[in-house]
Design a protein around this ligand. Structure first.
Ligand code: BT5
Length: 199
C-alpha cells in the first residue's frame, strides 16, 4: 500500500467511500456529503460547511467503534456523553454519530459532528471545525491504540446508557454494563448490535 493521505475535499458522496480506497493512516474530510451514511442504510444529513465530516483509515480493532466514541466525546468537550453503541449526546440530544466499516485489511471509521446546524431535536457544539478536527485526530490516534480495558473503562465513565432503563430491539430492561467485546448487557442478556432508546 502507498503513503497515507490527508484529503480535505469540497463535495463527496460519502467520506467513507473515498477513505476505503486509501491506506491505513489516511484521513478524508469534506465540506459536504451528497449521500452521507449512518448505520443500517440510514442517512447522515448536514448542510454544506456546517458539520465536521471525517473518515479515518485505521487498523482493524474489535473495540474501534467504542474507542472512536470515547475519542470524539473527549474532542468535543466535557459535557458530551455516549449512547451505546456510539452516538454522541449533548443534553441527551444527538450531537454526532460514528460508523465503522471494515475491509479485510483495514477499518474505516466515519465521524459526523454537528457544529453550526442540527436537525430538529438534535444538538450542535458551535466550535470551529479545524479545532475540533485537530483534537479529534489526536484523540483517535490515542484511543484506537489504547489497551481494551482502558477503552472499556473510559467508555463506562462517559456513558449515558449504563444504569438507565432502555429499549433495545423489542427488549426493555436495565442497561447494566458493557462486556469485554463492547456488547451491551441488559438484564443479564448480551446484545452485540441494535438500536437503543433511553426510556
Ligand atoms: C450514525 O448512524 O449516527 C453514524 C453517522 C456517521 C456519519 C459520518 S459523517 C462522515 C462519515 N461519512 C459518512 O457517510 N458517514 C460518516 P446511525 O446511528 O444509524 O444514525 C443515523 C440517524 O441519525 C438517522 O437516521 C437520523 O435519524 C439521525 N441523523 C441524521 N443526521 C443527523 C445529524 N446531523 N444530527 C443528528 N442526528 C442525525
Amino acid at each position: 500500500m502507498g503513503k497515507p493521505e490527508v484529503l480535505r475535499l469540497e463535495s463527496v458522496t460519502s467520506t467513507q467511500a473515498i477513505a476505503r480506497e486509501l491506506p491505513i493512516g489516511s484521513i478524508v474530510m469534506a465540506d459536504h456529503q451528497t449521500a452521507g451514511r449512518g448505520r443500517l442504510e440510514r442517512r447522515w444529513e448536514a448542510p454544506p460547511g456546517r458539520a465536521l465530516l471525517v473518515s479515518f483509515v485505521l487498523d482493524r480493532n474489535p473495540l474501534l467503534s467504542l474507542a472512536a466514541g470515547v475519542a470524539a466525546a473527549e474532542a468535543c468537550g466535557p459535557e458530551v456523553r455516549l449512547k451505546w453503541p456510539n452516538d454522541l449526546l449533548l443534553d441527551d440530544r444527538k450531537l454526532g454519530g460514528i460508523l465503522v466499516e471494515v475491509a479485510p485489511d483495514k477499518a474505516v471509521c466515519g465521524i459526523g459532528i454537528n457544529l453550526t446546524w442540527a436537525p430538529p431535536g438534535a444538538a450542535m457544539i458551535e466550535q470551529p471545525r479545524d479545532e475540533v478536527f485537530e483534537k479529534l485526530r489526536a484523540k483517535i490516534a490515542t484511543w484506537s491504540a489504547a489497551p481494551h480495558d482502558r477503552v472499556l473503562s473510559r467508555w463506562r465513565e462517559l456513558s449515558a446508557t449504563l444504569g438507565r432503563r432502555i429499549r433495545i430491539d423489542s427488549t426493555e430492561g436495565l442497561a447494566q454494563d458493557i462486556g469485554p467485546h463492547g456488547e451491551l448487557i441488559v438484564d443479564g442478556r448480551s446484545f452485540v448490535a441494535g438500536s437503543v432508546t433511553h426510556l
